[in-house]
Design a protein around this ligand. Structure first.
Ligand code: NAP
Length: 174
């Protein structure tokens, strides 16, 4: 039987929080993937308020602007699941930034590209052992239509038409 464990990034607010609420209602065991413990706990409380029987827990410390943090976080989640002989049935890659001013992360990538795209692919790779047979979905937007391969190719230092369009380019890649 497919695992009922669902892991959602960016579950502390917005769409991620609502996905978490919906999955918990559908009787999934939901891991709220967050960077801040305080925000994760607030999201958990908010879901419990509407459905006290929800099976949700917080996994904080996921900072997608930092590839080392992603590896470390994925490792912790993976080891916990392996210890319990569990697998992830659904990974929702939802955390994202939009219209962030042009800025390189400590890893040297444009912020939208790393947060929305590169770090999530690293996460999938690092979780592969506990993901086999599970599903992976991304939240993205129709703004990918503003992008095309020639823009995406130069994403490390790209300033397109004066305004960096990293969000739309990262959505095009997804
Ligand atoms: N809202 C829309 O109209 C819309 C439309 C189409 C697609 N989308 C996509 O849907 C997704 C969610 O959007 P939303 O509107 O729900 O946004 P939101 O309310 O701003 O939530 C974004 C989530 O991503 C997390 N996040 C941001 N930067 C992060 C980082 N560096 N490391 C770890 N987590 C980080 C945030 O965590 P913190 O709470 O710690 O900041 C938050 O939980 C995004 O991928 C967005 O591109 C949104």
């Amino acid at each position: 039987m497919a695992s009922k464990i669902a892991l959602i990034t960016g579950a502390s607010s917005g769409i991620g929080l609502e996905i978490a609420r919906g999955l918990a209602k559908a009787e999934h065991y939901v891991f709220l993937g967050c960077r801040s413990r305080a925000k994760g706990d607030a999201a958990l409380k908010e879901i419990h308020r509407s459905d006290p029987s929800s099976k949700i827990t917080v996994r904080d410390g996921l900072e997608l602007t930092d590839l080392e943090s992603v590896r470390h976080w994925a490792d912790k989640v993976k080891n916990e699941l392996l210890l319990n002989n569990d697998k992830i049935g659904l990974l929702v890659c939802n955390a994202g930034v939009m219209h962030h001013p042009f800025e390189l992360t400590k890893d040297g990538f444009e912020t939208h590209m790393q947060v929305n795209y590169l770090s999530h692919y690293l996460l999938i790779k690092e979780l592969q052992e506990v993901l086999s047979g599970g599903k992976v979905v991304f939240t993205t937007s129709s703004l990918y239509k503003n992008s095309e391969p020639r823009f995406v190719a130069n994403y490390k230092q790209q300033q397109r038409s004066g305004t960096f369009r990293g969000h739309d380019d990262s959505d095009w890649l997804i």
